[in-house]
Design a protein around this ligand. Structure first.
Ligand code: ASP
Ligand code: MG
Length: 327
C-alpha cells in the first residue's frame, strides 16, 4: 500500500451534536480522505455526558427514567434528521441495545464500574451514528469501540490511569490490521481494564484518547475540531479584546494546559508532545480559517513544510512569546 498521510481528526460534542455540524463533519472527512488517511475520534453528542453524570448520581428511579428518556429522544431525533430510513432503523436497533445496557447499569448497585459504565454510554451512541452517516455519504467508514485499545490500570495512588505502553501496542496492532481504505470512527473518552471493565478518562477525555491514538499510529497531525476557531488568550465570550493564538509551541501549550489555563483534559497534550505531533485547533463552522496551530519545537520532517508556511503567516497576530522568539 502506498504511504499515505495519517491524520487524527477529533470532533467534540458540538461538532457531532446537530444535523448542520454532522454535515460539516462529513465534508471535512471527505476532503481529508482525498489527501490521506483520516482517523476520526468522536465525543458524545453535546449535552449527553452531562445527562449521564446526572443519571449516575440520581437515586430516584423516576428521575433516572426521565434522564434516559431524554438521552433516547436526543439520539432518535438527530439520527432521524440525518440518516436514511433503513440506516435510521439499523441505528435504532443499536440504540435500543445500548439503552438496555444503560438501564440495567443505572438500576445496579453503586460502585465504580457502574459509574464508569454509565458515563461511557454517550460515545458508544455517537460513534455508530457518525459512521453510518459517513457511509451514507459515500465514505467507507466503520465505528470502532476504543475499549480494547485504551488500556487503563490502577496507579499506586489507587486511581485509574492509562497504561501508555499497553495502549500504544494495542492501538498500533489494531491499526496495522485495519483496512487501509476505511475511515475508523473511534469512541473518545473510554478505555478498559485488563478484565474488560469500562473506564472513562475524565471529562474532556476524548482529546486525550485522540492524542494517544495519534501517537500510537504515527499520525502527522492531530486536528481538533470544535465550534471555536482556535485557542484564545481569554474566553472571547467574556473578555472583550481576547485574541486568538495563531500558533503556539506545543511545549508551552502543554505547560499551560497542565496549569489548567487552556481548559482541555490535563493529559491531552502529553502523547503528542512526546511524539512531536502538531495539533491544530479548528472550527467546523469556519474550516478554511487558520485556527490555532500548536507546533512542537522540534518539527518532524513529515510536517516541516506545512508548518513553516503557516508560521510565516503567523507573524502578524497573537503569537506566543516563546514561539515568537523561536521563529
Ligand atoms: N463526552 C465526554 C465529556 O463531555 C468526553 C469529551 O467530550 O471529551 O467530557
Ligand atoms: Mg462532551
Amino acid at each position: 500500500m502506498p504511504h499515505s498521510v495519517i491524520k487524527v481528526l477529533k470532533f467534540g460534542g458540538t461538532s457531532v451534536g446537530s444535523p448542520e455540524a454532522l454535515i460539516r463533519l462529513v465534508n471535512i472527512v471527505k476532503g481529508e480522505s482525498k489527501a490521506g488517511r483520516p482517523v476520526v475520534v468522536v465525543s458524545a453528542l453535546s449535552g449527553v455526558t452531562d445527562w449521564l453524570v446526572a443519571l449516575e448520581k440520581s437515586s430516584e428511579a423516576q428521575e433516572r427514567q426521565g434522564i434516559i428518556r431524554k438521552i433516547v429522544r436526543r439520539h432518535i431525533e438527530l439520527s432521524r434528521l440525518v440518516l436514511s430510513h433503513e440506516r435510521h432503523a439499523a441505528y435504532l436497533e443499536h440504540l435500543a441495545e445500548e439503552i438496555g445496557g444503560l438501564t440495567d447499569l443505572a438500576r445496579s448497585v453503586a460502585g465504580e464500574f457502574r459509574s464508569h459504565g454509565i458515563w461511557a454510554a454517550g460515545e458508544l451512541l455517537s460513534a455508530p451514528l457518525v459512521a453510518s452517516l459517513l457511509q451514507q455519504r459515500g465514505v467507507l467508514a466503520n465505528a470502532v469501540n476504543a475499549r480494547p485499545m485504551i488500556r487503563v490500570v490502577r496507579s499506586n495512588a489507587g486511581v485509574w490511569v492509562v497504561d501508555r505502553n499497553q495502549t500504544r501496542a494495542r492501538t498500533e496492532s489494531w491499526f496495522a490490521h485495519s483496512k487501509g481504505d476505511e475511515v475508523p470512527v473511534i469512541t473518545g473518552y473510554i478505555g478498559s481494564t485488563e478484565e474488560g471493565k469500562t473506564i472513562t478518562l475524565g471529562r474532556g477525555g476524548s482529546d486525550y484518547s485522540a492524542a494517544l491514538i495519534a501517537e500510537a499510529i504515527g499520525a502527522s497531525k492531530f486536528d481538533r475540531w470544535t465550534d471555536v476557531d482556535g485557542l484564545y488568550t481569554a474566553d472571547p465570550n467574556k473578555v472583550a479584546g481576547a485574541g486568538r493564538f495563531l500558533f503556539l509551541l506545543l511545549e508551552d501549550a502543554t505547560t499551560w494546559n497542565e496549569a489548567n489555563q487552556l481548559g482541555m483534559h490535563a493529559h491531552a497534550f502529553e502523547p503528542v508532545l512526546q511524539a512531536c505531533i502538531p495539533v491544530h485547533v479548528r472550527s467546523t463552522r469556519f474550516p478554511q480559517g487558520d485556527g490555532t496551530l500548536i507546533l512542537p519545537a522540534r518539527l518532524p520532517h513529515r510536517v516541516e513544510r506545512d508548518a513553516r508556511s503557516l508560521m510565516a503567516h503567523a507573524q502578524k497576530t497573537h503569537v506566543s512569546q516563546t514561539a515568537a522568539k523561536s521563529l
